[in-house]
Ligand binder design. Sequence first.
Ligand SMILES: [Zn+2]
Ligand SMILES: [Zn+2]
Length: 59
Amino acid sequence: MEHYVCEGCQGASDTAGVCTTPACENQGKDLGACNCEGGTASHGKESTDSSAGGDTPAM
Ligand SMILES: [Zn+2]
Ligand SMILES: [Zn+2]
């Protein structure tokens, strides 16, 4: 489903808004819309984490 992601810290939110992470360089800036499929934490970006072990459903 569609969600919103901060380009700085990759923090995701179900609703549109701004980043509220104090240490993030994009704090206070608009989140970007993302509609990637669930199961990944990279929001469409390449991930080289080979230790995850596969496609175990979250939840
Ligand atoms: Zn952020
Ligand atoms: Zn995403």
